[in-house]
Design a protein around this ligand. Structure first.
Ligand SMILES: Cc1ncc(COP(=O)(O)O)c(C=O)c1O
Length: 376
């Protein structure tokens, strides 16, 4: 059996043809496919505007520059990839790490009590962890009551929906970001997107993506003006051609991910040592399938399990090492926040292989080996 990674892209012949066709066109960097992909993602999510960029971190960077004031205090989660809070630092703002709830998402009760006690908190960066969206009702209530800026990190959650609201629609947030890294639901190789319903923010994002440059109809043909310090975060046309082709398959990809999640749930239903992070919910678009393992009682400790499963040709991953405990963050004075749920979670979590191309047979092989190693 070929190696089974924890996540993997699905590329088929129509994807290849879409890229080749664009490579043979007049446009390699910004061309018609960029605008088409932006329109398609905005339409899929139900947001007014979308700005495509070179990766999800770039999306977070420009969104943060546009949304945050230097020095602003921003609530965020330790249970994410580094970029979520790094982007807060890029903007000169100050992340405040909040503990997670039992489902791996930021604890909104704790957010509320922090907002209640500190009027200087200006924003919330929430990640819909693993594809399981946090409640939109709560986001709406927090925004209304405290007037905070909200960014939704939807890198895990394209296609997810809660309370009838699709991830990235920005109904109760100022902006959302996406990543199209190959382990995500759809890929452009590297790629990212910001969605928003705010026209002013949209204009700012487009300028930040392209060196802070502005070109207006009244300027001479060669003229442009640099009005802010921006970046080259442009994505190529052939990447967007791939994104468009992938987007056609997104709902099928999600359906398969959900099917696999249900199989995993069933396999671990009676298991005392292996427990799903949360039981099946159709809200989740299942970027990750996380189990919590009782390593106190398990035959194999986590390190052994990683090595032994790899020898069997199975890749596992840990999502995530608490960001606030990274050396860089510790040097900034972080790391001692009271995050007991995150600490307990981190000691037990493991992400199992989950991607649309994973076959039933491969999944059974993963389950069998995991059980054998945990139970002995
Ligand atoms: C939650 C989250 N946010 C942001 C990112 C950054 O995306 P990218 O890798 O495209 O820069 C990732 C990617 O791993 C992520 O998982």
């Amino acid at each position: 059996m070929a190696f089974i990674p924890y996540g993997k892209q699905w590329i088929d012949e129509p994807d290849v043809q879409a890229v080749v066709k664009t490579l043979e066109s007049d446009y390699l960097t910004t061309g018609p496919k960029v605008a088409e992909f932006e329109k398609a993602i905005a339409g899929y999510c139900g947001a007014k505007y979308a700005v495509a960029v070179s990766n999800g971190t770039a999306a977070l960077h420009i969104a943060s520059l546009a949304l945050l004031k230097p020095g602003a205090k921003v609530l965020t989660t330790p249970n994410s990839f580094l970029s979520t809070s790094n982007a807060i630092l890029y903007a000169g703002a100050k992340p405040l790490f909040v503990d997670i709830a039992e489902d791996g998402n930021i604890d909104l009760d704790l957010c509320e009590s922090m907002l209640e006690n500190d009027p200087q908190i200006e924003a919330l960066y929430a990640v819909h962890f693993s594809g399981n969206p946090i409640t939109q009702k709560r986001l709406a209530a927090l925004k209304r009551k405290y007037g905070i800026t909200i960014l939704e990190d939807c890198a895990h959650s394209i296609g997810a929906e809660r309370e009838g609201i699709k991830a990235g629609s920005c109904i109760h947030s100022d902006a959302s970001i996406f990543s199209f890294h190959p382990v995500k639901h759809i890929t452009t190789g590297e790629g990212g997107m910001v969605t928003t319903n705010d026209a002013t923010l949209y204009e700012k994002l487009k300028i930040l993506r392209n060196h802070g440059m502005v070109k207006t109809p009244d300027m001479k043909p060669w003229e442009y003006e640099m009005r802010t310090l921006g970046f080259n975060y442009r994505i190529t046309d052939f990447q967007c051609a791939l994104g468009l082709s992938q987007l056609k398959k997104l709902d099928d990809f999600i359906a398969r991910r959900r099917e696999l999640a249900i199989h995993y749930d069933e396999a671990f239903a009676e298991d005392e040592l292996i427990r799903p992070l949360y039981l099946y919910t159709k809200n989740s678009s299942y970027h990750l399938y996380v189990v919590l393992i009782d390593f106190q009682k398990s035959e194999s400790k986590r390190e052994d399990l990683f090595v032994k499963m790899r020898k069997k040709g199975i890749g596992l991953q840990v999502h995530y090492i608490p960001i606030n405990k990274q050396p860089y963050y510790k040097a900034l004075g972080y790391g001692e926040e009271p995050t007991p749920v995150m600490d307990r979670y981190y000691a037990r979590c493991l992400s199992l292989p989950l991607y649309p191309a994973l076959t039933d047979k491969e999944q059974e092989y993963v389950i069998r080996n995991l059980k054998e190693m945990v139970h002995g």
